[in-house]
Design a binder for this molecule. Structure first.
Ligand SMILES: N[C@@H](CCC(=O)N[C@@H](CS)C(=O)NCC(=O)O)C(=O)O
Length: 208
């Protein structure tokens, strides 16, 4: 059976949400962040050398990196759900969002997280970080204008993969100028499968 190696308060939440959307049988193995450092516990290194979450194991398959996990689960267990038809223009847009979330959009948000810890010493970096956050969130907001989902007329893995970008933007209080992104995130949070994933995953402060 597929096992999700789940770290509390993390990107792993979106994999739980995906599994709940699909109704795929799975097991959760839980890992707790260190209360002070917020780092993952060393037991995760036994699952994957990076020691990060999410990771899934499924028989001989082991995958880290959430975009690859979303892609694998949908291809393997989705029976055609949550992804556009391969070869279609919508599929290319879907695949682009799967990569874009972690490959581009998360970078300025993570820089904001770390550079903010430098307090005054980080001040010279903030104009560039802030303008890149605005660049990406503005792009995402305009992509959602007049649409309910990122691709097509139904939920896909693109919405699930992009959700953590929305969560982090919300945590940093950056969603104010982006009504379409804000409304989309609220719609995603209202989905019954998302709500179930919160119940199963334990406390998840990002969705509050
Ligand atoms: N790009 C990776 C990022 C994985 C990642 O950094 N996960 C974080 C949780 S959100 C983690 O495990 N942090 C704990 C640590 O680094 O010790 C993905 O999307 O899966």
């Amino acid at each position: 059976m597929l096992t999700l190696h789940h770290l509390n308060d993390s990107r792993s939440q979106r994999i739980l949400w995906l599994l709940e959307e699909l109704g795929t049988p799975y097991e959760i193995k839980r890992y707790q962040r260190d209360a002070v450092t917020r780092l993952a516990p060393p037991e995760l290194v036994a699952v994957h050398p990076l020691g990060k979450s999410p990771v899934i194991t499924d028989g001989d398959v082991r995958i880290a990196e959430s975009g690859a996990i979303v892609d694998y689960i949908i291809r393997t267990y989705g029976k055609g759900a949550l992804m556009p038809k391969p070869g279609s223009a919508e599929y290319e847009a879907y695949n682009e969002w799967l990569h874009y979330a972690e490959g581009s959009a998360m970078l300025p948000l993570m820089l904001n997280l770390y550079v903010s810890r430098l307090k005054e010493a980080g001040a010279p970096l903030h104009p560039r970080i802030d303008s890149e956050i605005a660049n990406h969130l503005g792009y995402v907001d305009s992509a959602l204008r007049g649409r309910e989902f990122f691709v097509g007329n139904a939920l896909t893995g693109a919405d699930i993969q992009m959700s953590f970008v929305g969560e982090m933007a919300k945590v940093f209080d950056k969603l104010g100028p982006y009504p379409d992104l804000r409304a989309w995130l609220s719609r995603m949070h209202a989905r019954p499968a998302f709500q179930r994933s919160i119940e199963k995953g334990g406390a998840y402060r990002f969705a509050k």
